[in-house]
Design a protein around this ligand. Structure first.
Ligand SMILES: NC(=O)c1ccc[n+]([C@@H]2O[C@H](COP(=O)([O-])OP(=O)(O)OC[C@H]3O[C@@H](n4cnc5c(N)ncnc54)[C@H](OP(=O)(O)O)[C@@H]3O)[C@@H](O)[C@H]2O)c1
Length: 313
């Protein structure tokens, strides 16, 4: 999997096609998408424009993700086929279970991707296990529609459960990882079990209103010293840890600079590690805080402690 990829979450209609095309022309060989980003059509249109004049299909890595409403085994292949159709592709290089959280399946329509009851509460599927869905992913791979299969937002316990039940190790676990959330234990487990890590929100995403990681003085200082920009420092931090890293941007100059790799010295790398003080990490992507809220304790973050449900697996 090419190490630097382009993220496409929150890339708006009307801007994502141009962003993906610009990225591929700038040298990106890895595009990260998902059904729930509602922009497969534009991502696919950009890819179509670039194949074969800029890149051959076999040299481009395209990832998409199974959304939570299609976890039932019989829905896994149709969901993948729907995403392939939207993208205009014959196969995906990687297909991930997006979240370890099954929603009820109501229909294939967009409005039912996040099914709610009359009170607006999310409808969870409490019957389908992660093992059921993982077995269907294993079958999906045999069809050739996907070259490799993996998971996203899985904890060590969830990974252990699906591996124990099937003997099949996911190629990838795509997780939130940046200097404020290094996830050392999970990374070590994945390394030991030959599960590649893809780091999402490598810049901290910029959505929460907290100080952006690119604006931390330590990051800015290293950027200044190395003649790079703060985002390049954060991407280099992930690369040095062996991850693939998928920064999102729709800004042409940032798409280009994010792809230009800089190398962090050991000293600068250590200095970035010090951003986590007293073990206090910051996770930006916590589904219990979404609207509608997912009433599940997935990561044991403080805000999840009172959740009525534990993670399902
Ligand atoms: N598996 C999952 O559950 C999951 C969850 C979240 C994300 N992801 C994937 O990971 C990708 C990346 O994560 P993310 O989108 O959450 O956040 P991110 O890549 O950490 O941050 C994106 C934000 O940073 C800005 N930015 C980009 N380059 C910059 C630069 N050089 N300097 C300063 N700011 C810069 C972008 O603005 P502009 O676009 O305006 O330039 C955007 O606001 C997603 O797009 C998605 O593909 C997966």
């Amino acid at each position: 999997m090419p190490q630097i990829g382009l993220g496409t979450w929150l890339s708006q209609p009307g801007e994502v096609e141009q962003a993906v095309e610009h990225a591929i022309k700038a040298g990106y060989k890895h595009i990260d998408g998902a059904k729930i980003y509602h922009n497969h059509n534009e991502v696919g249109a950009a890819i179509k424009k670039c194949i074969p004049s800029v890149i051959k299909r076999e040299d481009l890595w395209v990832t998409s993700k199974l959304w939570n409403n299609a976890h039932k085994p019989e829905n896994v292949q149709p969901a993948c086929e729907q995403s392939l159709k939207e993208l205009g592709l014959d196969y995906l290089d990687l297909y991930l279970i997006h979240w370890p959280v099954p929603f009820q399946f109501v229909s294939w329509e967009k409005k039912d991707l996040v099914p709610k009851d009359e009170a607006g509460k999310l409808l969870l599927d409490r019957e389908t296990s992660l093992v059921d869905t993982w077995k269907a992913m294993i079958e999906l791979k045999k069809t050739g529609l996907v070259k490799s299969i993996g998971v996203s937002n899985f904890t060590k316990e969830m990974l252990e459960a699906i591996i124990k039940a099937t003997g099949v190790v996911p190629s990838v676990n795509q997780i939130e990882a940046h200097p404020l959330l290094p996830q050392d234990d999970l990374v070590e487990y994945c390394n030991q079990n030959k599960i590649n890590i893809t780091a999402y929100s490598p810049l901290g995403n910029n959505l929460t209103g907290q100080t952006k990681i690119v604006d931390y003085p330590q990051v800015r200082e290293i950027a200044q010293k190395t003649g790079s920009d703060p985002a390049q420092v954060l991407i280099a931090w992930g690369v040095k840890r062996g991850y693939s890293v998928i920064p999102k941007s729709v800004t042409p100059s940032r798409i280009e600079s994010n792809f230009k790799q800089v190398v962090l010295s050991d000293e600068d790398y250590e200095s970035i590690n010090q951003l986590v003080k007293d073990g206090k990490t910051t996770r930006f992507n916590v589904p219990i805080t979404y609207d509608p809220s997912w009433p599940i304790n997935l990561f044991d973050e403080e805000v999840e402690k009172e959740a009525p449900l534990r993670a399902i697996f």
